[in-house]
Design a protein around this ligand. Structure first.
Ligand code: GLC
Ligand code: CA
Length: 561
């Protein structure tokens, strides 16, 4: 079977509102993205995943869709989108649309109709249930954004596992499913190359709607993801979607698989040939440093667990290798910046390069998150209000205040963990508005653009993170090495090393990666012969008597014998 085109693609996620503004209103847009296609092409990426572009009241920054048939006027028009497709295709780049199908906005006409007319067919597009009693929701489920998963509307409650302005769609309803298929077909006909299906593992719910048996929090609520994640009906819904729509196009469909999906469960969704999706984003390698839900912890307690990282990458590789494709990524718009997470701002240059090299040559299709290629780091904001663009973050602030945390502690915690850290404006140059095109209206700029963390300065510096990315991508795409990565057997070297992540691809060319994850010197025993050093983030190799001295975040890509 011919290998799918995405196996050798390099993905890149664009968060539209913070990428580039073309019309001076302070908000990134389609014109801005189009103006940066040459930049992206030069970088070597060829598969763009663009955050949601549909019309939205922006309660969850576009993941709350009001009208799937219309482009968010903040971002442009349908013609701009068509222009993006053709300009991207002219550069041999493909475009995935971010498609939220687990929920709509409460301002979507379907939901409005469902509210105003309880006997309408649209009422059946959502989950409406009677409460348990006076002012008691139907059950004890909490949603992802620190509230009950239910909101009262008239006599009944509706389900929303994200914000209350994002009612969940009822995928059990065949008419609703057909509506979604029509939308997908429309965009595939328009020229998109596939979708990132948002929150897709949550489509099927426990339709008994019984209470969770897990221990409730002080408000009597439980975030029990098993009630709405990876349930058996999910496979049926997505198989139908494939049969009705995806199977008729040469498209890539990537699902966002939250809710602790296991590699084994994921195989059902992605095993070739014929599974409903082509790959799923899992979350297993994102928080391997104890930083998630860590408000009680001191900074010193946040420490990258190299064992866990290795185990999690390998778990997925072992199950999927040869049977299914998978994406690789360090972070996206839902996480803190990876340099702040697993690297070090003090060693920005070394750690950003090390992290990219380590990820890029693992098995899978790598996805870069915008700004990662210049080493952008967490926001370092000065007040809680600076995080106001994200409802999820602000809901958590309220919850922490109720639990008695003071503002300073919460602020410190948000600067370490909030996803707003990833949503600060892309830093294009060292001018006052970082080359964004206007004064950014949504999130404040990170002042480190003046310390060289911007595209222009990095283009001028041959040893920059940006130039390293470009060079590394070119190597990853070189067929001699691409074959080793895609087909060579992957194994770990010294799999019990507490600080060093090292792996080897067997095959015609033996490729080896050695990466120090620490901000200090460590030692690594080495019994191979170095035939070639393809990539390295330091000068000179400190090798003596089969021991490599690895400086802070030092990393190599080697051809060995
Ligand atoms: C996904 C998105 C996230 C959004 C959520 C609800 O997890 O990546 O940004 O808040 O879905 O749509
Ligand atoms: Ca704009």
């Amino acid at each position: 079977m011919a290998s799918a085109w995405w196996k050798s693609s390099i993905g890149y996620m664009i968060y539209p509102e913070s990428f580039k503004d073309s019309n001076g209103d302070g908000i990134g847009d389609l014109g801005g993205i189009i103006s940066k296609l040459d930049y992206l092409h030069d970088l070597g990426v060829d598969l763009l995943w663009i955050g949601p572009l549909f019309d939205s009241p922006m309660d969850d920054n576009g993941y709350d869709v009001r009208d799937y048939g219309k482009i968010n006027p903040l971002y442009g028009t349908m013609d701009d989108l068509k222009r993006l497709f053709s300009e991207a295709h002219a550069r041999n780049m493909r475009v995935l649309l971010d498609f939220p199908i687990n929920h709509t906005s409460d301002e979507h006409p379907w939901f409005q109709k469902a509210l105003s007319d309880p006997s309408s067919k649209e009422r059946g597009y959502y989950y409406f249930k009677k409460g348990k009693g006076e002012n008691l929701p139907p059950n004890n489920w909490a949603g992802f954004f620190s509230t009950s998963a239910w909101e009262k509307a008239g006599e009944e409650y509706y389900l929303h596992i994200f914000t209350k302005k994002m009612p969940d769609l009822n995928w059990e309803n065949p008419e609703l499913r057909k509506e979604i298929y029509d939308i997908a077909r429309f965009y595939l006909e328009l020229g998109c190359d596939g979708f990132r299906l948002d929150a897709v593992t949550h489509l099927a719910k426990d339709l008994s709607f019984e209470d969770s048996e897990m221990k409730p929090d002080p408000n009597g609520l439980v975030l029990d993801t098993s009630k709405f994640s990876n349930r058996p009906r999910l496979y049926d819904y997505l198989s139908e979607f494939r049969e009705e729509v995806f199977s008729h196009y040469d498209c890539l469909v990537v699902g966002e698989a939250g809710g602790c999906i296991s590699p084994e469960e994921s195989l059902k969704l992605v095993e070739k040939p014929g599974a409903p999706l082509n790959m799923v984003f899992n979350f297993d390698t994102v928080w391997n440093n104890g930083n998630f839900d860590s408000i009680k912890k001191k900074d010193e307690e946040i420490f990258t667990d190299v064992f866990a990282l290795r185990r999690n990458f390998m778990r997925w590789y072992e199950v999927l290798n040869g049977k299914a494709d998978m994406p690789l990524y360090w972070c996206n718009h839902d996480h803190p910046r990876v340099v702040s997470q697993y690297g070090s701002v003090a060693y920005r240059n070394e750690s950003a390069k090390m992290l990219f090299l380590t990820l890029l040559f693992l098995y899978g299709t790598p996805f870069i998150y915008n700004g990662e290629e210049i080493g952008m780091s967490n926001a370092n904001y000065g007040s809680l209000g600076d995080f106001k663009s994200d409802r999820g973050t602000m809901n958590s602030v309220e919850a922490y205040k109720k639990e008695g945390y003071d503002e300073e502690t919460i602020l410190h915690y948000l600067n370490r963990t909030s996803r707003v850290n990833a949503r600060t404006p892309m830093q294009w140059d060292r001018s006052e508005n970082v080359g964004f095109g206007s004064k950014p209206a949504i999130n404040k700029v990170n002042p480190n653009y003046l310390e060289g963390v911007n595209v222009y300065d990095e283009m001028c510096d041959p040893y920059s993170i940006l130039n390293f990315y470009q060079y590394a991508i070119a190597l990853r795409k070189n067929p001699a090495y691409a074959d080793a990565v895609e087909y060579g057997r992957l194994s770990y070297v010294d799999p019990n090393h507490p600080d060093v992540f090292s792996y080897l691809h067997e095959g015609g060319t033996k490729l080896m990666v050695i990466s120090n994850f620490r901000p200090y010197t460590v030692y690594f025993t080495f019994y191979y012969e170095m035939k070639d050093v393809l990539l390295h983030n330091y000068d000179g190799v400190l090798l003596k008597d089969h021991v490599i001295t690895l400086r802070p975040f030092e990393s190599f890509l080697l051809v060995v014998r």
